[in-house]
Write a protein that binds this ligand. Structure first.
Ligand code: PEP
Ligand code: MG
Length: 584
């Protein structure tokens, strides 16, 4: 038996047999055919192209039905490649001139195109290279007899084990009997994780060596609640997870039933519970789980999945859809947070040496004002359709906030001159996710309408611990007194300045910290929609007076261990069920 630790990216427990998938085709051998077989190769290529096209069309239709228009658009780019006359001509010419096999011609043409994309300066284009590689995998796979067939032949529930899944793989797997995912790479924000959550399939990513430790057909358990993958479980593990799965299912049912109740403490204080989303289609899930609205809409997903750089209209349609789904409730839209983990460095011609400290997020946008203004114009146009709040990520200096607001003013003036309606009173906030901003919160409070504390990044920058590096994962904790000090300072400053403050990092959906955060004065939390019922249940068992006492006690500790031990004890007393699935 192997117990592999990874990152819990989609909740639930799944049992199945392993299917190992590769996201790329290995090197395709240079092989030629006799002159009289060239015509047959051309026919084979044509059939494979048509077959791949049909597969993609059905994938688009199914994705549209299940997940909506936006995710389905991912595959339009793939489809477009298979109708690109220049590319197809290159493949055919290669077969006719060199007499190479169709697999080789297809692979060469697509690899060359991927290399051309990688060489383009704009990172978003470079990222498209991964999609070209995905099409190469499908087309060459089709020519070689295809792994899709392997998938279709499988009986019984399947757990997919891969280094990293491509978007097309992730989206098509739900049609088959796939009950879980485990990937070596990736994190909470990878395509696989986003699809897994949207499809409700338990998933763990960042497992490092899951593909090495698993053989096809192995029995596998994926625990998407704690981030564990058990390969070839022994009887004890099997029994343990069977009990856990039943317990989790029963607990979820009870929690969902109480989702319609108010998130109000025993002494009558209302806590606003919001959801974090990547796609507008996820908004109904927030309300189904008893949430009050959207606390964080990560708009970069539009860039990451679009076949081209999204136009103003693409942005506008996404925001209009989010506004419609939100039905007048809170909708906080964060501007593009591209860079670092949000585009893959290996696809860059000249990768940054330190991408998390590099040109990411608001810096990336301010460096490309024309691109940024496309999004800002769309946001302001959408503001005429319903209430929104705009939020800038990773702000580290007041100058950045001023520059971003200036660009927003520019687009507002342009809209005004063009007679295009917009809401001039849209609240403008910032994410506090860099220590400089947390320490200097007072300087920002005079110029921002609200703060949202992004603890995922704040922790990594405060503790100098890469949030995606499993080797230092044990050092990455919201319980470090330095992190708590910063969070406390931001909440206190915002309250003093009478501006809104919320917290939208993963810490916000972790029951271990709910009492502490409420005790520090936080009244709004934003989290993954699936966490809302558990946090609501806990809020309803809390007493603010007691939470304040807890926060004072935590303030006297000097190590994260002390903080965790103390908070676990307190939580056990108030809501023991909330401890189920706790990692700490
Ligand atoms: C954060 O950093 O806490 C956050 C919510 O942003 P993201 O996870 O998208 O970086
Ligand atoms: Mg962040």
């Amino acid at each position: 038996m192997h117990a592999i630790r990874g990152i819990a990216v989609s909740p639930g427990i799944a049992f199945g047999r392993a299917l190992t998938l590769s996201s790329t085709v290995d090197h395709v051998e240079y092989q030629t055919v006799a002159a009289d077989l060239v015509a047959a190769e051309l026919v084979r290529l044509q059939h494979a192209i048509e077959g791949t096209r049909t597969d993609l069309e059905s994938l688009i239709a199914v994705t549209r039905d299940r997940l909506g228009e936006e995710p389905a658009k991912i595959f339009q780019f793939h489809l477009g490649l298979l109708s690109d006359e220049a590319l197809l001509r290159m493949m055919r010419d290669d077969i006719q001139r060199e007499h190479v096999v169709a697999e080789y011609a297809a692979s060469e043409a697509l690899r060359k195109f991927a290399a051309t994309l990688r060489a383009v300066e704009d990172e978003v284009f470079q990222m498209k290279a991964a999609d070209v590689v995905d099409v190469e995998r499908r087309l060459v796979g089709k020519l070689m007899g295809a792994s899709d067939e392997r998938l279709r032949r499988l009986d019984g529930p399947v757990v997919v084990i891969a280094r990293e899944l491509t978007p097309t793989q992730a989206a098509e797997l739900h049609r088959l009997r796939v009950v879980g995912f485990a990937t070596d790479g990736g994190g909470l924000t990878s395509h696989t994780s986003i699809f897994a959550r949207a499809l409700g399939i338990p998933a763990v990513s960042g497992c490092v060596n899951a593909t090495e430790l698993t053989e096809e057909g192995d029995e596998v358990i994926v625990d998407g609640d704690t981030g564990s993958v058990i390969v070839r479980p022994n009887d004890e593990a099997r029994r343990h997870y069977a009990i856990e799965a039943r317990r989790t299912a029963a607990r979820r049912k009870i929690l969902k039933e109480s989702a319609s109740l108010e998130a109000i403490t025993r002494d009558g204080v209302r806590i606003e519970l919001l959801g974090n989303i990547e796609l507008p289609e996820e908004i109904p899930r927030i309300f189904d789980h008893g949430g009050d609205g959207v606390g964080l809409y990560r708009t970069e997903f539009l860039h990451l999945t679009s076949p081209r750089v999204p136009t103003e209209q693409d942005h506008f349609e996404a925001y209009a859809s989010a506004i419609e789904h939100s039905k007048g409730k809170t909708l906080t839209i964060r501007t593009l947070d591209l860079g670092a983990d949000k585009y893959t460095q290996e696809h860059l011609e000249d990768p940054e040496r330190n991408p998390f400290l590099g040109l990411r997020s608001i810096r990336y946008c301010l460096d490309r004002p024309a691109m940024f203004k496309v999004q800002l114009r769309a946001l302001m146009r959408a503001s005429a359709l319903g209430p929104i709040r705009v939020m800038f990520p990773l702000v580290s200096t007041v100058m950045e906030l001023r520059q971003a607001k200036m660009l927003l003013r520019d687009v507002s003036e342009e809209l005004e001159e063009g007679g295009i309606p917009f809401d001039a009173t849209v609240p403008i906030g910032i994410m506090i996710e860099v220590p400089s901003a947390a320490i200097m919160a007072r300087s920002f409070a005079g110029e921002a309408d609200f703060f949202s504390i992004g603890t995922n990044d704040l922790i990594q920058y405060t503790l100098a611990v890469d949030r995606g590096n499993e080797k230092v994962a044990s050092l990455y904790t919201p319980a470090h007194p330095a992190v708590i000090q910063l969070v406390k300072n931001v909440i206190r400053t915002a309250r003093h300045a009478q501006i809104g403050v919320s917290l939208c990092g993963e810490m916000g959906g972790d029951p271990l910290f709910t009492m502490l955060l409420a005790g520090l004065g936080l009244r709004t939390l934003s989290m993954s929609p699936s966490q809302i019922p558990a946090i609501k249940k806990l809020v309803r068992s809390m007493d603010i007076g007691h939470c304040e006492w807890v926060a004072r006690r935590v303030g006297s500790f000097e190590s994260d261990r002390q903080v965790v031990t103390y908070l676990r004890d307190e939580l056990r007393r108030i809501d023991p069920e909330a401890l189920v699935g706790q990692l700490n």
